[in-house]
Design a binder for this molecule. Structure first.
Ligand SMILES: C[S@@+](CC[C@H](N)C(=O)[O-])C[C@H]1O[C@@H](n2cnc3c(N)ncnc32)[C@H](O)[C@@H]1O
Length: 220
């Protein structure tokens, strides 16, 4: 199956940028490789519910959601540098002050830097399925990572996820429920076409099945 092609992302900074480059600097946050717990209020310069998208790719969902929900703080974590650069530039062009973008390995950042009970929601759409059996260990949503999601979610917080791989889907459900997250209905908050990710658009256009699930951390 064709996965995201980083080379397909053309990122060329024009000589005379017309967007707020100072804002773009602020959007980029450098949080990998440090051990201290993150202060999200300081990072966003305000207190607001925190939503985190992991592996945002070209950032279609992240930017649409940040625009639609300005009262929420949106943090994107992605390890492909061209995706990071593209999303930060687009966020700055849109003047989005409620977005921060971090480059790095999500498991490392979340494990080392996220305090317990701080994230209102995680969004993880079409994580690489690594279909070959010998590559399954590279999958993102595995039991130790699901434990980190559960640890860092606020009570009542949720994980929203989708994949095109039915077997990975079952693994995600098992990992999340074993970590103490309860399966819940997929919220219709993001049902609008504006929130479709690039991979989702590709799969839907090709008529391929898409499997969605949402989980909730027990609490108020
Ligand atoms: C299959 S793509 C999906 C992109 C986007 N979510 C979509 O649906 O269009 C998976 C993305 O996750 C990123 N990624 C994979 N593992 C990651 C990790 N451990 N930490 C951060 N980003 C990761 C990849 O660089 C890639 O952009």
């Amino acid at each position: 199956m064709a996965r995201i092609s980083i080379r397909s992302i053309r990122y060329r900074r024009p000589l005379n940028p017309t967007w707020d480059t100072e804002l773009e600097q602020q959007i980029h946050c450098h949080i990998e490789g440090i051990e201290a717990p993150l202060d999200f209020t300081g990072l966003f310069q305000r207190q607001a519910p925190l939503h985190v998208e992991i592996g945002f790719g070209k950032g279609r969902f992240l930017l649409a959601a940040a625009e639609r929900f300005p009262e929420t703080n949106w943090l994107g974590i992605e390890y492909a540098p061209p995706c990071v650069a593209l999303a930060a530039e687009r966020a700055a062009r849109k003047g989005l002050r409620n977005v921060r973008i971090a480059r790095g390995v999500a498991e490392d950042i979340i494990t080392a830097r996220f305090p317990a009970d701080t994230v209102a929601a995680y969004h993880i759409y079409f994580p690489d399925p690594w279909p070959k059996k010998r590559h399954h260990k590279r999958r993102l949503i595995k039991p130790p990572f699901a434990v980190q999601l559960a640890r860092t979610l606020e009570p009542g917080g949720f994980v929203n996820t989708a994949t095109d791989n039915s077997e990975y889907f079952e693994e995600i459900i098992a990992a999340c429920t074993d970590a103490g997250l309860a399966r819940r209905d997929v919220p219709d908050t993001y049902a609008d076409d504006a929130f479709r990710t690039n991979f989702e658009i590709r799969f839907l256009t090709q008529g391929q099945p898409v499997y969605r699930a949402a989980f909730r951390k027990p609490g108020p």
